[in-house]
Design a protein around this ligand. Structure first.
Ligand code: TRP
Length: 334
């Protein structure tokens, strides 16, 4: 608890180009949480280097993501928006937690198996202990809730296991975090294969709408979206492509699927695709404008980076010092 509010922690990696799915499924919904929770949103650059990165690109993307958080409406006075690498407690706690995590547990992580298969030439120890760093992120701030997608649920589970194990030995040091299940964001699927999630790492550029796509690209991708031969605009599992387009339309305009079915009764897929394209443009164009404006104001963003790193450090150190004392590290002499 901070100021009588529950604590919420989440993070995103600045690798790859963020998609409409990241925005509608996560970021957009974070905005409404800051009244109810004390929120920490990290740009998890330390996680990013588990896969080889170009330094200049990583730096640029990390800043772009931090700027995007603000452009999306997260008030940086109310939400602690910061770079993970600016708070060295993350690395320190991760080391300690490594000593309370079993190889067998980490071996079971499906994301590790997937990434190891994908980057067979660079299966480094950091990739293996990635979930431990994630546990450190969450536990440092004594987070009560963590909004995560299903792909990260296993990592949240291991976080809880590590925290419970630690508490079992040393007493109640860590808050046991829960997955945040609130009004969940829209699940946006690939435009080319609606059985798959829209992903920033899809090789097919037509499968994903990127947040920085220009209006023409957005319209073109919507026009090319895979549908079916039924010919009716219905929100049904039997028509996954059409269903996905309706979901996107709803998430952009705040409509319900029933309203959209009515709106497009007797009309063809061509019209639906065109309308979806315009709906997405109406959401992303203003977002891109806000990003561009914020990017011009270098000293404003720099100030946020500095202040929020200090704020994050303050809370993180409180937990880290407690942990260090519990496990028997010598007190600091002041
Ligand atoms: N691993 C998460 C992802 O790739 C990002 C992340 C890092 C995270 N630390 C976190 C998410 C802590 C929630 C809480 O999506």
């Amino acid at each position: 608890m901070i100021d009588n509010k529950k604590v919420l922690f989440s993070g995103m990696q600045a690798t790859g180009n963020l998609t409409l799915g990241n925005y509608l499924g996560a970021l957009k919904n974070w905005v409404s949480l800051s009244d109810e929770y004390e929120c920490f949103y990290s740009v998890v650059d330390m996680h990013s280097i588990t896969v080889r990165q170009d330094p200049a690109t990583l730096r640029k993307r990390a800043r772009a993501l931090l700027t995007l958080y603000i452009a999306a409406g997260l008030d940086p006075e109310k939400n602690c928006i910061y770079y993970q690498s600016h708070v060295s407690c993350h690395a320190e706690l991760a080391w300690i937690l490594n000593c309370f995590t079993y190889m067998g547990e980490l071996n079971r992580m499906t994301q590790f198996k997937d990434k190891a298969a994908k980057h067979a030439d660079n299966i480094n120890a950091g990739l293996f202990t990635y979930p431990v760093l994630m546990a450190a992120d969450i536990l440092l701030y004594q987070a009560d809730v963590v909004p995560v997608g299903i792909d990260q649920m296993q990592h949240l589970e291991i976080t809880r296991d590590i925290a419970q194990r630690f508490n079992g030995i040393y007493g109640d040091v860590f808050t046991i975090p829960e997955a945040y299940i609130g009004k969940t964001g829209a699940k946006i699927m690939s435009l080319q294969d609606p059985a798959k999630k829209m992903s920033k790492s899809d090789e097919n550029v037509n499968a994903s709408i990127y947040l920085m796509d220009d209006p023409d690209a957005i319209r073109r991708k919507c026009k090319r979206a895979v549908t079916d031969s039924v010919g009716e605009v219905r929100y049904s599992d039997e028509q996954p492509g059409v269903k996905n387009l309706i979901s996107i339309y709803c998430a952009c305009l705040g409509k319900t699927p029933e309203e959209v079915e009515r709106e497009f009764a007797g009309r063809g897929y061509g019209e639906l695709k065109e309308a979806v394209g315009e709906a997405v443009v109406s959401v992303l164009e203003p977002l891109q404008k806000r990003v561009a404006e914020l990017e011009k104001d270098k000293s404003y963003i720099d100030g946020i980076i500095k202040n929020n790193a200090e704020k994050a450090n303050y809370y993180a150190q409180k937990t880290l010092r407690k942990v260090q004392r519990k496990i028997g590290f010598p007190d600091r002499i002041r």
